[in-house]
Design a binder for this molecule. Structure first.
Ligand code: NAG
Ligand code: NAG
Length: 324
């Protein structure tokens, strides 16, 4: 027998076994991928690659970190905040009703530090930001990882635009309490408030800026929240006191004002960029992330706080309540 026919004989003997082995390897890999899913290939903890994660207790990351709206043109600080707030919710819906309820509560605290003026808008599915106003939206934003998000646009440390989004993808089938809590919470952020407490296991403080496993316990703003607002803005009867003033606000010319509104409007449009929780980021969005330099300021089991620097004194801060 020649070497060649010897080889052929062996191949015929072993061929099926080799094919079987290959089939088994392929099946095993298939089962592994279907069980472990998206972990294959990009099993990355976002905290290990997003810069800026606090090294100490990450639960303490943004408690008590408040931001403040830029005073309207030429207005002295310390006389309270007057803010336009655009209603971009399906009219006559539960969201619309909760919105009106909570705008009224935030508007009428004791001490009374804010005055909110509701503006009706034609529904904008993008929820794009508006200069010097807050916009509140609902919609099915898909599997983003968050129930609710509030994003503020900061210019030199002052808020110049804010949007709040309620994600019906997660909230549609949830309880009334869950929805109310989310609305109350995201409005609070839009006024500049950080969290009252970020441990959701401890006893509830009773205000909607406190993390909780039982939203029905934390359905309203409370005196503590109103007090912080007064520290930030003074009160409507003109206490004239604010924690620290940085604005050196003066009356602008019409020309300056127009230029500023245009500039803010351009940056505010970036608020509608698609946003996902870091825990939901996949390989693809990781590439996107590194291009847009997102910093994870803090992360807990229920919330994340991100910052994105846009340049020219502008940045976006996003606070998200994570879906369970
Ligand atoms: C505003 O602040 C002053 C001084 O602290 C206080 O006397 C007054 O009651 C406050 N007004 C309101 C409406 O909260
Ligand atoms: C906005 O719409 C509501 C009803 O959805 C209405 O009651 C209210 O008067 C409107 N406000 C303005 C300023 O048009």
């Amino acid at each position: 027998m020649s070497d060649w026919s010897d080889y052929r004989k062996k191949a015929i003997e072993h061929g099926p076994r080799v094919a079987l082995a290959i089939t088994l390897v392929v099946i095993t890999f298939g089962v592994y991928v279907s069980v472990f899913g998206d972990r294959v290939g990009y099993d990355v903890d976002p905290a290990s690659w997003l810069p800026g994660i606090p090294e100490g207790d990450p639960n303490m990351g943004s408690v008590g970190v408040h931001e403040r709206w830029l005073p309207v043109d030429g207005k002295e600080e310390g006389n309270g905040l007057t803010l336009q707030i655009a209603n971009n919710l399906a009219s006559g819906s539960d969201w619309d009703y909760y919105f009106r309820t909570y705008v009224e509560e935030w508007d009428n605290g004791t001490p009374d530090a804010v005055t909110l003026i509701i503006r009706n808008t034609t529904y904008d599915s993008e929820c794009s930001g508006v200069a010097m106003a807050m916009k509140v939206c609902n919609g099915n934003y898909g599997p983003t990882g968050w129930n609710g998000v509030n994003q503020v646009l900061l210019k030199d440390g002052y808020i110049v635009s804010s949007i709040a989004k309620m994600n019906d993808f997660y909230l549609e089938g949830t309880t009334e309490a869950e929805k109310k809590y989310t609305m109350c919470h995201e409005l609070g952020h839009g006024l500049g408030l950080g969290h009252s407490d970020e441990n959701f296991q401890n006893s509830d403080l009773g205000n909607c800026m406190d993390y909780t496993n039982n939203p029905e316990n934390n359905l309203h703003p409370d005196d503590y929240n109103y007090m912080i607002l007064e520290e930030l803005y003074g009160n409507v009867s003109g206490s004239g006191q604010v924690a620290e003033s940085r604005s050196g606000n003066r009356r602008m010319t019409d020309e300056e004002k127009r230029t500023m509104d245009e500039e803010i409007g351009a940056y505010a449009s970036r608020l509608s960029d698609h946003i996902v929780a870091s825990s939901k980021m996949t390989y693809r969005s990781r590439g996107f992330q590194s291009k847009s330099t997102v910093i994870l300021l803090s992360k807990t089991e229920t919330a994340e706080h991100h910052e994105r620097v846009l340049g020219n004194g502008y940045s976006i801060r996003a606070r998200m309540l994570l879906a369970k």
